[in-house]
Design a protein around this ligand. Structure first.
Ligand code: ADP
Ligand code: MG
Length: 479
């Protein structure tokens, strides 16, 4: 089974001082597989350490117990070998078996001591240490040796009724420690095998559990640029299905956006082709014309068509700039009254030419908003341009600025034909123009307006003022 930890490390040339360890840790943190693997390994190491300690403790206890049993048996044999002779003295003949039972091949040395209840040494080493309690093995030091010591009190036949002797037997640790080591090792290896087996099974489980995720990754990665059909949610486990659904939703949005983009490009090309064809014809007519006044006429028409194409191209450019993400977001503070005044100044000549009364309604208090100044100006130009363009001569166009709590208000009102209610939503669409509208125009003006207002976090609505016409109201967050 190929278990590869992919330490997805970045070749970070900018941080040559970052240590290998921190890079490895960074790699683990960013790789799911390495992370899960690290958890399993850490758990296993923890389990092995605990196991090491516990099995040592149990081996130690067992070895103590076995040694104590032998010491007790030996003490018993020695005690049984005591008797009282005719003169009333305690005699002892220690049988060799009492000490030979410690001869287990580890070169242990055995010491003993037999004393009467009143402290007279009968046999053995006088300075052998005695444990505090009877029948209780204890680790002590005798001269320079570490020993296991056990004491047994035993009544002696022939002595006074409740007279006893104390038999103390001590043995060096060699055999005890060897037993402890052996017990520990066998216990530990068994448990280690179990833990490793458990770890292996866990890792195989992880591998299998992660396989669908990797399949999903490959499925996404292998797709071509244009393949955006939904992924099958049942290729992964229940918990991951929301992710697949989210991916599918995202792909659907991208698909719709791509379709809209395609539509837009084809519309734009179409819109450009018509006037360009016209320009070509007008140019040929002008070139062929020998009569100078007729040629001037053709050239005037040519200039007008050229203006129209230029305007269309610049509207396309403005629209693409107004789209979210196409420009770095700007946070200019714009004073609306001043901006409106300047826009009206540039359009005053046009208003005069069309005999339209163009006015501004605003009081002295400044109304400030935050956003992209160029785009907001573009929006206002488009609104006033529409009002001037569609209002018949002799009409009136008023731009108003105001403020309502946290909202900046901007409205453009005219007394032209207005827009029928049924078409008020559609006029914001790209290239949408109302039937019968004068031929000049691209259908992009209101689309630009909506894009700019959306980008600035505001809203735009169309309405009809009291005397008829169109009232465009824009609400933007004020600062
Ligand atoms: N102030 C207005 N009065 C009447 N109709 C308007 C007004 N503004 C816009 N419209 C209508 O909405 C349509 C879309 O406007 P717009 O997006 O600016 O495109 P364009 O002006 O290039 O046609 C216009 O074709 C026009 O019919
Ligand atoms: Mg317009």
């Amino acid at each position: 089974m190929a278990w590869v930890i992919s330490f997805a490390m970045h070749n970070d040339e900018t941080f040559p001082t970052r240590g290998i360890l921190s890079r490895a840790l960074g790699g683990v943190a960013s790789s799911l597989r390495a992370q899960l693997f690290a958890w399993v390994v850490l758990t296993l190491i923890g389990a092995i350490c605990i196991n090491l300690y516990l099995s040592y403790r149990s081996a130690d206890a067992t070895a103590d117990l076995v040694t104590d049993r032998t010491l007790l048996a030996s003490a018993r044999v020695i005690a049984e070998a005591t008797h009282v002779d005719g003169s009333g003295t305690v005699q002892i003949d220690i049988p060799p078996a009492a000490l030979e039972m410690f001869d287990t091949g580890y070169g242990d040395r055995v010491f003993y001591q037999v004393v009467t209840a009143w402290g007279n040494l009968i046999a053995g080493f006088p300075d052998l240490p005695r444990p505090k309690r009877d029948l209780n093995g204890e680790d002590m030091t005798f001269r320079t040796d570490g020993v296991r010591v056990l004491m047994l009190s035993h009544p002696v036949v022939g002595l006074d009724q409740d007279s006893t002797i104390s038999v103390t037997v001590a043995v060096t640790h060699n055999s005890q420690y060897a037993m402890r080591r052996r017990l520990w090792l066998s216990d530990f290896t068994k448990q280690l095998a179990l833990v490793l087996l458990a770890g292996l099974v866990t890792i195989i489980g992880l591998q299998r559990g992660l396989a669908p995720v990797l399949r999903l990754r490959d499925a996404v990665r292998e797709r071509g640029r244009e393949r955006l059909d939904p992924l099958q949610p049942d290729m992964v486990q229940n918990e991951l299905r929301p992710l697949v659904h989210a991916l599918n939703d995202h792909m659907e949005r991208v698909q719709n956006q791509m379709a809209a983009q395609r539509r837009f490009v084809s519309n734009a090309a179409h819109q450009l082709r018509t006037p360009l064809a016209l320009i070509s014809t007008q140019a040929s007519v002008a070139a062929r014309e020998t009569d100078s006044s007729r040629r001037d006429e053709a050239l005037t028409a040519l200039r007008s068509s050229t203006r129209q194409v230029t305007r269309l191209a610049s509207q396309l450019l403005t629209l693409s700039r107004a789209e979210p993400g196409s420009r770095r977001p700007r946070n200019d503070t714009i004073e609306l009254t001043e901006t409106a005044r300047r826009v009206l100044e540039t359009l005053a000549e046009e208003a005069l030419r069309r005999n339209i009364d163009l006015g501004l309604e605003a009081d002295e208090t400044p109304v400030r908003i935050e956003g992209d100044g160029t785009m907001l100006r573009e929006m206002l130009v488009n609104l006033v341009d529409n009002a001037l363009r569609y209002t018949p001569p002799g009409g009136r166009v008023t731009v108003g600025i105001g403020r309502e709590d946290d909202t900046a208000l901007l409205w453009v009102e005219d007394n032209g034909p207005g827009i029928p209610e049924a078409e008020r939503a559609q006029v914001f669409e790209r290239f949408y123009r109302i039937m019968g509208t004068e031929p000049e125009g691209s259908g992009l003006g209101l689309a630009i307006v909506r894009e700019v207002v959306d980008g600035a976090g505001g809203s735009v609505t169309l309405g009809e003022p009291a005397g008829g016409g169109l009232l465009v109201s824009v609400r933007l967050p004020a600062v």
